[in-house]
Design a protein around this ligand. Structure first.
Ligand code: NAD
Ligand code: MG
Length: 384
């Protein structure tokens, strides 16, 4: 039986690579639904190739355009948040790939979980802003969350057959991003284009900026805390510029298990879709004698304060990681528009965290309210 897939955010970097995995294994996978914010040209070519039964477009104007283009075709077109929720919880699907960027993925992911759909999770912001709630819901409905993020896929693979309780430490590797080795003074005036140039991965703009500030690694520490139900004090970050070791686990007996591979997101995407099995692939093979050396160094928390801030929010618990994430989403957008400087990102996040009165066991309404307030506060700070 083919695995039936819905893709939230099919037009982005992870979304396109998900479709590539499907293209290479048409006998194993079938695309039932796809979605995007505005990119209807890409959606049209994906519809042509994969013949999904459903498509959702968030942006209303783009939805109306696509709907009229597709009026004679046998495909249902949905709009807005309602549309994203519908394609995330369809009766026909087995798994939802959350390849959407930002906290906007939270509500559709919760809808999928309530309808007992497994999740292949790339959308880390969902776990950063509501990790406890999402994991509790997944447990309640018996839903599997398979990590797509390469570090978390590595941990998931290293954990195969092991006992969570025997983990001494999770070691998340980080490439260090485009500014590795630089000092604060050299980065004050970096431009958007410099920040977008990742040395090892080609990714969407938001995660590329997050990689340049090391916020991406901070978000991943929080993601790992919830995915693997492990205290933050047992999660370390190690800079490994070659991005060959995707992460590792040290066990209580000091044994370390790592997962290695050429940097290519298609592997973790495919594994999330085939777990517990592995299937053949045409991905580039790892040739260690060609790579010759793998190097490691400690992260520089003075130059990259966002990573430190992420750890601090885990220490504070409550709703602090949510505030970190919502602030960061707005600030990255403003940095991309050229409205703020590189170090304004951690500066404003820190200010907003200081103001926040965290609450324990937040409900979904609490989370949405805090997100709303945080975004407004940050916009006000930038404007004023
Ligand atoms: P991207 O910007 O390339 O793509 C984002 C996708 O989300 C697009 O299809 C876009 O249309 C859709 N989208 C954005 N806003 C939307 C909205 N309001 N409604 C509906 N759709 C919307 O991003 P990406 O690099 O593919 O990253 C996606 C997620 O995966 C992020 O959470 C990122 O952190 C995570 N991730 C990405 C990579 C990578 O290599 N790109 C690796 C690990 C994790
Ligand atoms: Mg990652």
């Amino acid at each position: 039986m083919k695995k039936k897939i819905s893709v939230l955010g099919s037009t982005g970097s992870i979304g396109k690579q998900t479709l590539e995995v499907v293209r290479n294994h048409r006998d194993k996978f079938e695309i039932i639904a796809i979605s995007a914010n505005k990119s209807i040209d890409i959606l049209l070519s994906q519809i042509d190739e994969f013949k999904p039964k459903y498509v959702a477009v968030y942006d209303e104007e783009s939805f109306l355009k696509l709907k009229s283009i597709l009026k004679d075709k046998n495909i249902e077109v949905f709009c807005g948040m309602e549309g994203l929720k519908i394609i995330s919880s369809l009766d026909e699907i087995d798994v939802l790939v959350t390849a959407i960027v930002g906290m906007i993925g939270l509500l559709p992911t919760l809808e999928a979980i309530k309808n007992k759909k497994d999740i292949a999770l790339a959308n880390k912001e969902t776990l950063v802003c509501a990790g406890e709630l999402v994991m509790n819901e997944a447990r309640k409905y018996g839903v599997n969350i398979f990590p797509v993020d390469s570090e978390h896929s590595a941990i998931f693979q290293a954990l195969n057959g092991e006992n969570n309780k025997e983990i001494e430490k999770i070691i998340l590797t980080a490439s260090g991003g485009p500014f590795r080795g630089k000092k604060k003074g050299e980065l004050i005036n970096v431009t958007k284009n410099e920040a977008l140039k990742h040395p090892n991965w080609s990714m969407g703009q938001k995660i590329s900026i997050d990689s340049s500030t090391l916020m991406n690694k901070g978000l991943e520490v929080i993601e790992a805390r919830w995915l693997f139900d492990i205290p933050y004090s047992k999660i370390d970050v190690l800079v490994h510029p070659q991005s060959i070791i995707h992460s590792m686990i040290e066990f209580v007996d000091t044994s370390v298990i790592a997962q290695l591979g050429v940097p290519d997101m298609k592997l973790p995407i495919q594994y999330a879709l085939t777990y517990p099995n592995r299937i053949d692939s045409n991905f580039e093979k790892l040739n260690l004698s060609k790579i010759k050396s793998l190097t490691f160094e400690e992260p520089d928390l003075d130059t990259f304060p966002c990573l430190k801030l992420a750890y601090e929010t885990l220490k504070l618990g409550k709703t602090y990681s949510l505030v970190l994430n919502s602030s960061n989403e707005v600030l990255v957008e403003e940095f991309l528009k050229g409205n703020i400087k590189f170090y304004d990102i951690p500066k404003y996040i820190e200010k907003e965290l200081e103001k926040h009165n965290g609450i324990s066991n937040p409900t979904l309404d609490d989370i949405l309210q805090i997100d709303f307030t945080t975004r407004n506060n940050i916009k006000e700070m930038i404007g004023g």
